[in-house]
Design a protein around this ligand. Structure first.
Ligand SMILES: [Zn+2]
Length: 218
């Protein structure tokens, strides 16, 4: 369950991060969308409203099954994909982008390989889900499959989807994913890049865990 104050905070946070989506170059116009889970509700951006015009009252509230609770506008067309991610993961927030680097990569590659160790923050090399029409149940299914053991996936000829415990965490992952795709493209422009091995990635993940535990003990 959640209170009115918590819901209002989620609406305001979605409006703020929607504006950032455009400013950070992760989407243009009204493309892309994001949501937050509050208990048994999903709070999601509406369809077709330019991000800089968006106000908290435009944000839609639905149940985890997609039934409208409070929606003055049409919910995002990618609602099925958001609901599928909440059903399949422990996500507290989902961010869907139409960012240039990942879309360019998706048209050529089957995955974003481990060009930098920061990719462990996304769970490892990021899969590219085969193209399926926007808003379709097939896209929701393909996204969830590509997200297995990952916190990010690339959608072929479309964009990306990332999740986190909170909206800031999901959003930072979307930024990280776009940066990794850019680094990979730059490396490819020099020649055949060296890619981190599974053992090297496991070592990074173990060290990151160890250091976090150390901070908590202090
Ligand atoms: Zn999209």
């Amino acid at each position: 369950m959640h209170g009115a104050a918590e819901l209002q905070a989620a609406r305001e946070q979605l409006v703020m991060y929607s504006a950032r989506l455009v400013d950070d170059g992760l989407a243009v116009g009204a493309a892309g969308n994001m949501s937050v889970r509050l208990g048994e509700s999903v709070v999601i951006t509406p369809s077709g409203i330019g991000y800089h015009e968006l106000v908290p009252a435009d944000i839609c509230v639905l149940t985890l099954d997609g039934d409208e609770v409070e929606a003055q506008e049409m919910p995002s067309s990618e609602l099925p994909m958001h609901l599928a991610v909440y059903a399949a993961t422990n996500a507290g927030a989902v961010v869907h982008t139409h960012s240039a680097e990942v879309i360019a990569l998706s048209a050529v590659c089957d995955e974003l390989p481990a060009i930098h160790y920061a990719i462990t923050g996304l769970g490892g090399p990021v899969r590219v889900a085969s193209y399926t029409r926007f808003g379709s149940a097939g896209l929701a299914e393909a996204a969830v499959k590509a997200l297995e053991d990952r916190r990010a996936a690339i959608l072929q000829n479309h964009g990306a989807i990332c999740y986190g415990r909170t909206l800031p965490e999901a959003y930072d992952r979307a930024l990280l994913l776009e940066w990794l795709a850019r680094v990979y493209r730059l490396a490819r422009s020099y020649g055949e890049p060296r890619i981190l091995s599974a053992a090297e990635l496991a070592e990074v993940a173990a060290e990151a865990r160890r250091r976090r535990y150390g901070e908590r003990r202090r």
